[in-house]
Structure formats: C-alpha cells, structure tokens
Design a binder for this molecule. Structure first.
Ligand code: CMC
Length: 432
C-alpha cells in the first residue's frame, strides 16, 4: 500500500471514496476496490476481467507491451537457454532456484511418484477409443480425488507438497495412458531412471514387442516447450483452478477444472486448432483468402495462434519456439517442413496487414508449438495435453499460493443483472 489514492465521486458530490492504491514490484498500480460496494453500494463491471487483478501473486510477471515474461523474476529467455523443466518446476513452486542438492532431491521425488494406482488405470477402459484425450485426462485427474484421502488435507502444508509432487509426476503417465488407449496399445509403465521428458516419450512411443531408444533431440525439444508453457500468471485455466480451489475443494478436482478450461480453442486448444487451420489453408496461395476471412466481422474464423489478451507485442514464447522450429526440424531431418514454411509465410503476411498491425495481433505461444509436436510424432489431439502437462506446474503453484494467502476468500464475482425485475407467477391456464 502507498500513500497514493484515487478519489471516486458518486452522483452525490459529498459522498466521495478514497480508493487505496496497491503498488506492485513492477507493472501498473492496482486500485483496491474491495470496500466499494460496502461503502458506495456499486459494483464494478469488467467482462473477461481485462482490468481486474483477482489476487496478489509473486509467481509470474508479464509486461504485455514490451513482450516480457518472468518466472519468479527470471526472464523466460534465460530459463529457456539454461534451465530444465524440472528446475523451473522447483523455481515456480519454491520461489528460488534450487541448489544442486535441492534439485537432485526434487528430481528424485518427481521420478519416484510416476506410477498410477492400478484401479485408476482401469478407468481408461470406460472411454471410447476415439474419446478426445483432454476429456480423458480431465476425467481421470478429477477421479484422483477419490484416492489419497490420507494426504489431501489442504490446510496441511505437507499434504499440499505431496499433492504437488504427485500431480506433477503422474500427469505424464495419465497422458500416456490416454494416448495408448486411443491407439489400442498396451499401457507402458514409467521408468524412473529416465528424465521427465524422456520418460514421457518412452511411455508414449515404446511398445512391449520392440526395443525403444528415446531420442535426445525429442526429449530436449519437449523439455524446452514445457519450460515455456509452465506458467502464465492469471490466465483462464489458472484462474479456474484458483476459483475452484477457493471453495476448499479437493485439489485434484481443481486441477481437473483447469484442464477443462485449457481445452478451449481460445486458450490451450489453440495449438491443435493452428495445425488444423494450416492444413485447411493448404498452400501459400490461399493465405490471403483466410486473412480476409479473419478480418471479416461477419465471419467467425480467426487466425488461430494469433492475438493475446495481455501481449500487445510479440509473445516472447512464440519468438523462442519459432527459432527452435528451425533447429529441431533440422536435427530431425525435416527442415523442409511445408507446414512450417506455410506458418512463416502466414505470419509474414499477417504482420504486414493493417488490421493485425492496428490491433496488435502477433503470433502467440500456440502458433509454432504444434509444428514441433508434429515433428516429434505427437498427434494433434495430444497437443493440448502436452500444454496441460507443463501448465500443471503453474496450476499447482498458484493453488498453493492461494491457500497460503491469508487474504484468500471464496471467489464469488457479482453481476450486472439485466433480466426481468420481480413479477408475479401466473397460473398455467392463464398464460396466453
Ligand atoms: N484473428 C482475427 N482477429 C482477432 C484475433 C485473431 N486471432 N484475435 C483477436 N482479434 C481481433 C478481435 O476480433 C477484436 O477485434 P475488434 O476490436 O474489432 O472487435 C480484437 O482483435 C481484440 O480481440 P479480443 O477477442 O477482444 O481479444 P481478447 O483479449 O478477448 O482475446 C484471444 C484474446 C487470444 C482469445 C484472441 O486473440 C483469439 O481468439 N485468438 C485466437 C485463439 C488463440 O490463438 N488462442 C491462444 C491464446 S495464447 C495461449 C493461451 O492462452 O493458451
């Protein structure tokens, strides 16, 4: 809190309210309107929460104008260049980079919580073979709330740690089980001597009948993508986890809610939608037609992987992934990927177009990530699952922060009611 204040004057000029200003470490000041209704009897109206800070947080900072993303103060570019996903998970959860011993200990904990209860694994048999994997993982993660009753006391910091380790360690196993179910292949158990991403690739792509060697190029690429997706402050799915968690619900249910929110094409589902869009565009000669459609107010088509609520400049994650595409595709012998070339051309055309320039619409994290997933052999329907695995770290970190915050109250927004005012019930026979 600072000495700065905003003075709000209502219809009665004698009735003024001094709104305290909360000062962040970096970023715009925040007006504290918590007492507004109690003192003035008015609500604020902000559909989509474009100007509303829902909580105090120390985890992630975004400067959308400058294209800056910091995890616990560390620039995403530095973490992408030098860190690992497991180290970033530790950083997000604990607030500081680990020492070598702390990292080894954390890594060991995650590696040794990878197995699923066998009865949980049998849940997959209840899904049709063509069920979307996001539907399966949201269902199975939600059903984990029926397990672990002895270690899900949300008021116990030790239980909160155990939950964090379990969900981060098991979500790749659940994702792989969903994938194997969709293929009709046997489930592959985790191997704890493998790193986080190696293990995921092993569970996805190995079969009992053949030897399988994990590609180090694929594991490194996945690790980098996971670093970039690990957290993004109060986005739709993270806010969903916080809102669900604020009621004190079982944490697995809160994460399942986050997975459901992530699935939508305006959020994490965009990575799958981008590849569908590029395939539909087909060739560079059709780009103009689709760009025109994206600009047409009467057409619901949007350029998927473009635009962002917060970034009004290039999404720094998209920048890193675009560079990464060149390297990874080359290493995998796919440097002539027609889809990547089409995406680059689409970006070039859109960024020169007045509509996109005026509205500050740039490629976001989902624009290029699918190109890498596809090059690694991961099917389109699993792209958003990959996002969910990485973002699970962010969800858990925010959930823990929320529970530890003494200011946390149940999330309960108000509304601008525009429905009928009170009226009297009419008997069925008297209705015309
Ligand atoms: N193509 C064409 N026009 C767009 C696009 C787009 N991709 N994105 C925004 N616009 C226009 C929109 O029509 C609006 O125009 P107007 O002011 O004339 O009404 C203006 O730009 C502002 O857009 P908005 O929908 O009000 O912005 P928002 O902050 O509510 O939505 C968004 C952000 C990401 C949902 C939106 O840009 C979008 O739908 N993008 C495509 C889907 C996508 O790539 N989503 C992934 C987001 S990043 C990763 C993640 O969050 O998971």
């Amino acid at each position: 809190m600072t000495d700065k204040q905003y003075i709000l004057t209502g219809p009665d000029p004698d009735n003024t309210l001094q709104l305290p200003v909360l000062e962040p470490t970096v970023g715009p000041d925040v007006l504290d309107i918590a007492k507004l209704y109690a003192s003035q009897g008015v609500f604020t109206y902000d559909p989509g929460f474009a100007a509303t800070a829902s909580c105090e947080s120390t985890i992630t900072y975004i400067d959308g104008e400058q294209g800056i993303l910091l995890y616990r103060g560390y620039p995403i570019e530095q973490l992408a260049a030098s860190s690992s996903f497991v180290e970033v998970a530790y950083l997000l959860l604990h607030g500081e980079l680990p020492s070598a011993a702390e990292l080894q200990d954390f890594d060991h904990t995650i590696r040794t919580h990878t197995m699923l209860n066998e009865s949980l694994l049998r849940f997959f048999n209840g899904f049709h073979h063509n069920a979307h994997p996001m539907a399966m993982i949201s269902g199975v993660v939600g059903s984990m709330s029926a397990f672990y009753h002895d270690t899900t006391d949300i008021h116990d910091p030790h239980d909160r740690d155990v939950f964090a380790h379990r969900i981060i360690a098991k979500i790749p196993t659940i994702a792989a089980a969903a994938y194997k179910h969709s293929l009709g292949q046997p489930f592959v158990y985790p191997r704890n001597q493998l790193s986080y991403c190696e293990n995921l690739l092993h569970m996805f792509f190995s079969v009992p009948s053949e030897e399988f060697e994990v590609s180090s190029v694929a594991a490194e690429a996945l690790d980098l993508l996971f670093i970039l997706h690990a957290d993004h402050e109060q986005n739709c799915s993270t806010s969903t986890v916080r809102l669900a968690g604020s009621s004190g619900t079982n944490p697995y249910s809160a994460i399942a809610a986050g997975i459901s929110a992530l699935w939508g094409p305006a959020h994490g589902g965009a990575n799958e939608a981008v590849i569908n869009m590029l395939e539909r565009i087909g060739s560079a000669s059709h780009i103009d037609e689709y760009v025109d459609r994206a600009k047409d107010r009467n057409d619901s088509f949007r350029l998927m992987g473009f635009g962002h609520r917060v970034y009004k400049s290039y999404d720094p994650r998209a920048q890193i992934i675009r560079e990464m595409c060149h390297r990874v595709l080359e290493k995998l012998g796919q440097s002539n990927s027609p889809l990547f070339e089409l995406a680059l051309r689409l970006e070039e055309i859109a960024l020169k177009d007045e509509y996109f320039v005026e509205k500050n619409l740039y490629p976001n994290v989902d624009f290029y990530s699918g190109i890498i997933y596809q090059a690694l052999g991961i099917p389109k329907s699993m792209f958003t699952v990959m996002f969910a695995i990485a973002r699970c770290v962010g969800w858990v970190t925010h959930w823990r922060e929320m529970l530890a915050d003494p200011e946390t109250r149940i999330g309960r927004p108000r509304q601008l009611y525009v429905g009928p005012a009170r009226r009297e019930y009419t008997d069925l026979k008297q209705r015309s």
